[in-house]
Design a protein around this ligand. Structure first.
Ligand code: GLN
Length: 494
């Protein structure tokens, strides 16, 4: 494999492909070899080297005839939550065994239309429920980072888009798709030292994406640079008449928004995100981020988002409620796995009992409980009211600031197996990402430094609805100032 090709960013590869300095086929070949070499990470559920080669050949023809799309010839991973026509789609669940969709999700179709090349379907937490990628039926994903060359512990890549984050960090794909319901793009990006962008709810179509919590789920890119995320989101986004929650507003040229000035921009620092027990290194990084943006000309404004502390508990009512309803369709009749029984009821029970993992069953039970006649008002309705308050907090903040800076996660990556017997500790991973999800806001995680132990840490920028441009711009200034140049211990071609 050609390790020089594996070091290119998306923007660099795109430019070299267009100037014919490199070819789409040789680029894809190198990535197919890298994916093979990186199999110990378990980042893919399904590898698709034949499709990749086919797509690369077609890209090469389009590049030759000057018809290149925005992602022409770029090898990417596709989170295995996006339905891909004729290709196994599992959501990392046993219950979808053998499910090969007859249709293509809109976001993946948009990427293929833009010329992207599919290396395979990436691993995730089952039905995207999790923060560690430990709940996949196809086994855990490993973070390519370790604290040192002699550290033989395995770390989680975060979740749920852990396979996507791990493979991009290890240079086994130039970029990958993710979905984010409460943090599943941003938290794994932070744990793996890469960029993850969740756009505004409604920016990308959810059509053909296996549903977890429909009022929260959004697709977005995982890349190694902010510019790459801007390019890729541009190709993914857009109105889709097949998804009534996708919004019919033009998709700006995100890349053109980069390189601008921060002078005159007001950046909010919310005091409620200083959570007890946050390690000092994360506090310090946050303060450093503030200084970087100040030095770039931004005005820093202390703000208050008073309902922040209710976001996580409310999320863990709303998300399971929607999940319990969305997952009702897996009944052993229409998709995947069937475990027979003497009666129809028994067949349902056997199928769902065998097909869903522990965490998914926990969520279905919490969800049906909070939606039940006796508890609906006390839990679900209350959580919806809290959600409105959280959105109001942000609406008030936008009168004072253009974007908000926080850390992405309350810790660096933890070792595989940790927090598994304590769901609440696991849920706390998302305490800083969930509020933006509840309010439907765009947010990015940018690698900004290393923990004392040498693991990556991210900074998080939240923006106004449909103002991804400012989020990218602030993200790029953080990236420029941080000069994050660390490399994981597991790196393809090294
Ligand atoms: N970790 C959160 C959860 O388990 C968020 C997951 C996600 O964003 N898909 O629900």
């Amino acid at each position: 494999m050609n390790s020089e090709l594996l070091r290119l960013t998306l923007a660099e590869a795109r430019n070299k492909l267009r100037s014919k300095e490199i070819g789409a086929v040789e680029l894809t070949e190198s990535y197919i070899e890298a994916v093979e070499a990186l199999r110990p990470l378990n980042a893919f559920i399904t590898e698709t080297p034949e499709q990749a080669m086919d797509m690369a050949k077609r890209s090469e023809a389009r590049l030759a005839s000057g018809e290149a799309g925005a992602m022409e010839g770029i090898p990417i991973g596709m989170k295995d939550l996006f339905c891909t026509e004729g290709i196994l789609t599992t959501a990392a669940s046993h219950i979808l065994d053998g499910f090969s969709p007859a249709y293509e999700s809109t976001v993946s179709a948009n990427l293929w239309n833009a010329g992207a090349v599919m290396l395979g379907k990436t691993n995730l937490d089952e039905f995207a429920m999790g923060s560690s990628n430990m709940t996949s039926h196809y086994g855990a994903v490993e973070n390519p980072w370790r604290t040192s060359a002699t550290d033989n512990k395995k770390y989680v890549p975060g979740g749920s888009s852990g396979g996507s984050a791990s493979i991009v960090a290890a240079h086994g794909a130039i970029a990958a798709t993710g979905t984010d319901t409460g943090g599943s793009i941003r938290q794994p990006a932070s744990f793996c030292g890469i960029v993850g962008m969740k756009p505004t709810y409604g920016r990308c179509s959810r059509w053909g994406v296996v549903a977890f919590a429909s009022s929260l789920d959004q697709a977005g890119p995982l890349t190694r640079t902010v510019r790459d995320a801007a390019i890729m989101l541009g190709a993914m986004a857009g109105h889709d008449p097949k998804d009534s929650t996708s919004v019919d507003v033009p998709v700006p040229d995100y890349e053109a928004a980069l390189g601008g000035d921060l002078r005159g921009k007001r950046i909010g620092v919310p005091k409620e995100y200083r959570i007890d027990g946050t390690p000092i290194e994360i506090e310090n990084l946050w303060n450093e981020g503030v200084e970087w943006l100040k030095a770039a000309g931004a005005e820093i404004v202390d703000i208050s988002l008073p309902h922040t502390k209710y976001a996580l508990p409310a999320y863990y009512i709303v998300a399971p409620a929607e999940a319990s309803s969305n997952l009702a369709r897996y009944d052993g009749v229409r998709y995947g796995l069937r475990e027979d029984g003497d009666t129809l009821q028994e067949m349902y029970e056997n199928t769902r009992g065998a097909g869903f993992g522990e965490e998914v069953q926990r969520r279905v039970m919490i969800g049906t409980y909070v939606l039940s006649a006796g508890y609906y008002d006390a839990y679900y309705l209350k959580a919806q009211k809290v959600r409105t308050r959280i959105a109001d907090d942000f609406r008030n903040a936008w009168e004072k600031v253009d974007a908000i800076l926080t850390p992405t996660t309350p810790s660096a990556a933890f070792a595989q197996g940790e927090k598994m017997d304590d769901p609440i500790a696991m849920y706390l991973n998302d305490v800083l990402t969930v509020p933006a999800s509840m309010a439907g806001l765009p947010a990015i995680s940018v690698p900004a430094g290393l923990s004392r132990d040498g693991l990556p840490l991210g900074l998080h920028v939240i923006g106004k609805p449909f103002d991804e441009e400012t989020v990218f711009l602030v993200g790029q200034h953080l990236e420029d100032a941080a000069q994050f140049s660390g490399q994981p211990q597991t790196l393809a071609g090294s």
